[in-house]
Design a protein around this ligand. Structure first.
Ligand SMILES: Nc1ncnc2c1ncn2[C@@H]1O[C@H](COP(=O)(O)OP(=O)(O)OP(=O)(O)O)[C@@H](O)[C@H]1O
Length: 233
């Protein structure tokens, strides 16, 4: 049997009295694009940080290809955080050099070809770019790595609708076969077409996890419509 990409067993992460992740048990396979969906505060970013070893679980277990989050697992994870971590004063080509030095699996040619397609000047410094173009640069950096697990926390929130489809096809064309991609987003109708499976989180707990086709068939709705119904305020 294939080894899963991720296994979570009774995973809990508390901040004071609040359980941001609450007794979550879940096994995720290799080779799928998985949507991580849930309302504000449902624990999506917290889960990404735990997977990337930035936060320690309060209770329970997490493994990536059978290994606890560590330097070794970080090397196979390409993570797009919810907030920028890049130095605003750096020029785009300097950031590309930085990534090429830091990550052996960074494919610089691929990154430059994406920059060109999105008309981003490598000589521009990050602080002069618009919010959407900054997001594109970060996504290019993340997708130019040959990783086993891509964790994208809200990748296209600031990207204009015309560029979104290009970005989605960039994601589809660049992720390595056999790798797993987890994308959290509130722009469900834009992105659901690329999902194979969807995780629905509610208050840090698993509300549902299923192939998108099953969810659509069961509910007779798109994932976007289903989300609005399940999480109506
Ligand atoms: N460092 C922290 N200290 C205290 N509480 C935190 C911290 N990080 C997250 N939380 C709380 O944990 C819960 C889950 O937050 P998280 O950011 O994971 O949600 P999210 O699903 O990513 O939300 P959003 O869709 O708004 O980005 C929230 O109630 C949040 O306030």
């Amino acid at each position: 049997m294939n080894e899963p990409m991720i296994e979570l067993k009774n995973l809990t992460k508390s901040f004071g009295k609040k359980n941001a992740i609450d007794n979550l048990t879940l096994t995720l396979p290799k080779g799928k694009i998985i949507g991580l969906l849930g309302p504000n505060g449902s624990g999506k970013s917290t889960l990404f940080k735990i997977l990337n070893g930035l936060l320690e679980p309060t209770e329970g277990e997490v493994t990536i290809e059978g290994t606890k989050p560590s330097t070794a697992t970080k090397n196979v994870i390409s993570y797009l955080p919810e907030r920028t971590y890049l130095n605003e004063w750096m020029k785009v080509y300097e950031i590309m050099d930085f990534f090429a030095d830091f990550y052996e699996d960074f494919q610089k040619e691929k990154a430059y070809s994406m920059l060109e397609k999105l008309s981003i000047d490598p000589k521009a410094s990050l602080k002069t770019l618009s919010k959407g173009n900054k997001e594109k640069v970060q996504l290019i950096l993340v997708m130019s790595r040959r990783a086993k697990l891509y964790l994208l926390d809200e990748p296209i929130g600031g990207v204009d609708p015309a560029a979104r489809d290009f970005i989605l096809s960039t994601i589809l064309n660049n992720y390595e076969e056999g790798s797993t991609l987890i994308i959290s987003t509130h722009l469900i109708s834009d992105i659901e077409k690329i999902f194979d499976e969807v995780i629905l989180l509610k208050d840090g707990q698993l509300y549902d996890y299923a192939p998108v086709e099953d969810l659509r068939e069961r509910s007779g709705k798109s994932i976007d419509e289903l989300f609005r119904e399940v999480f109506r305020c």
